[in-house]
Design a protein around this ligand. Sequence first.
Ligand code: ADP
Ligand code: MG
Length: 259
Amino acid sequence: MDAQVETISPHKSTKGDEVVIELLGVNKWYGEFHVLKDINLSVYQGEKIVICGPSGSGKSTLIRCINRLEEHQGGDIIVNGVTLDNNLKNIDAIRSDVGMVFQSFNLFPHLTVLENCTLAPIWVKQTPKAEAEDRAMEFLRRVKIPEQAGKYPGQLSGGQQQRVAIARSLCMNPQIMLFDEPTSALDPEMISEVLDVMVELADSGMTMLVVTHEMGFAKRVADRVIFMDYGEIVEQNTPEEFFTNPRSDRTKLFLSQIL
Ligand code: ADP
Ligand code: MG
């Protein structure tokens, strides 16, 4: 739990009326194992959703399906009006609209911080190098580590590496950001420096789906908290209601274990 995040003023929702992600009756199996069971979810432009739930409940699988890192087998996933199927053009379109930040940073170790940030803009979006570098520096300033631009990931702390990963995603100009337990691999003293960057991103109006157990962050930023268990969305509510008045026994049990 992060005290610093909890004490700043409450988040002003930037949620609009337009649905940007829609999941309709989504099902997925890993072999015989039914990992996502009839998931229905509409995410609005600018909305911040925090997804929590026990380990193995399908949280990572759910958000990985949204940018097609995993394939679903039943139902529909529609992102920015594009239905996710095997059409590679659609997958490319989704990947450039949807950024993702992982627990384990996933930076390229043999590239500098700046090169990590300019690689995809130069090679995927054909951005001229000088322009890509200017933009990368702008985002490195935004995550407060411009002075690290020439270093390699291995020379940075975990918190700094995760901030590079966020900046790298932002360099592709995404409209939606997915975060999969972005602070779980960090030493406790580095968690708030990453959450602070995420709070700023939320305040800028970005649509965000964040898998996290950082409840201070959820209370500060989330429009909606979703609780998953055994591949189902068991309960969803505003953070105020979710934390003070959980409805299902499974949610109560989960909250009693993490709070
Ligand atoms: P969470 O992120 O909530 O911990 P995951 O989505 O990672 O859950 O995993 C849900 C379940 O699916 C777990 O039981 C996990 O072991 C299983 N699983 C995840 N990925 C695979 C895979 N590639 N193949 C088979 N089973 C998997
Ligand atoms: Mg996970």
